[in-house]
Design a binder for this molecule. Structure first.
Ligand code: MN
Ligand code: MN
Ligand code: MN
Length: 281
């Protein structure tokens, strides 16, 4: 059974609608998909409805990817198998959306001072019904020719030390883990090698995540070295954490795809093994 437990739709910064994602997952032979949009559950109902309407051979796991702050870094916690109707989680996510909105506004004010006006309106148009993320801002900068590509938008303006950088105001990891648990879900540390931390700091992050009640590490992704995957499997053993896997798919591209290259090293325990519907026998 192929699990892909991390991807994005237009409900946050993905380019496909939740319905399109459902069909693409089936084409890519994914059996179990978690939709994990940034700080919102808004895409889940549409994806579930699409599966029902077309009787797709696909299981949807309710998910979300929550932004948190740790020592000034944006650390992402994926919540899996959450109750999407949980009031506490929904309240928590509305707060997150306000934090994100305020940050986007400040970034765009800084860009205006750097003589690039109209970015908020432009990014908002790209975001549609979803909230404006830095990805939308970067995309607008590319589409208007202010920078040559997405990476340049971040490098030139949006990362720490650059003119339109705005420090995050996210809550700590514990708040996210607690909100996920209270909604009946499991908390997964997303892409532990994706934060540009030294290996010493990756370990510190994992220790802290575990101490705060975290359940699993995202051990497998489609853009990592075999060594990184092995290393994360070792951390799972060492710190008694379960393992998850996900593509972090945002849009069709040659290097990243739903279901691609997703498997756990042996000795890892998939987080789904605790879910009654996937238990053997
Ligand atoms: Mn994203
Ligand atoms: Mn992430
Ligand atoms: Mn993601």
């Amino acid at each position: 059974m192929l699990f892909d437990l991390h991807c994005h739709s237009q409900a946050s910064d993905g380019r496909l609608t939740p319905a399109q994602l459902a069909h693409r997952a089936v084409e890519r032979k994914v059996d179990v998909l978690a939709l994990t949009d940034h700080d919102t559950l808004a895409g889940l109902a549409e994806l579930r409805q699409e599966i029902t309407t077309h009787q797709l051979p696909l299981r949807l796991i309710n998910g979300v990817e929550i932004s948190t702050a740790w020592h000034g870094f944006d650390i992402h916690i994926v919540g899996l198998n959450i109750d999407a109707d949980d009031q506490g989680l929904n309240d928590f996510l509305s707060e997150q959306q306000q934090v994100r909105e305020q940050r986007a506004i400040k970034i765009c004010e800084k860009l205006a001072k750097a003589k690039i006006p109209g970015v908020y309106e432009g990014a908002k148009a790209l975001a549609g019904d979803a909230m404006v993320t830095r990805s939308h801002i970067a995309r607008f900068l590319v589409e208007t020719g202010a920078v040559k590509d997405n990476a340049a938008a971040f490098k030139k303006y949006l990362v720490r030390g650059k003119s339109a950088y705005v420090a995050n105001a996210w809550p700590g990891m514990e708040a996210a883990i607690d909100a996920i648990h209270a909604a009946g879900g499991k908390a997964v540390l997303a892409h532990p090698h994706g934060y540009q931390l030294s290996s010493k700091w990756v370990r510190r992050l994992i220790v802290e995540f575990k101490r705060l009640g975290g359940d699993a590490l995202e051990v497998a992704g489609c853009q990592q070295s075999p060594d990184q995957r092995k290393q994360l499997a070792t951390y799972c053993q060492e710190y008694d954490l379960k393992a998850s896997q996900g593509s972090d798919f945002h849009f069709p591209a040659s290097w990243i795809e739903l279901g691609r290259n997703l498997f756990l090293p042996k000795d890892c325990q998939g987080i789904w093994q605790e879910w009654p519907e996937f238990q053997a026998g």
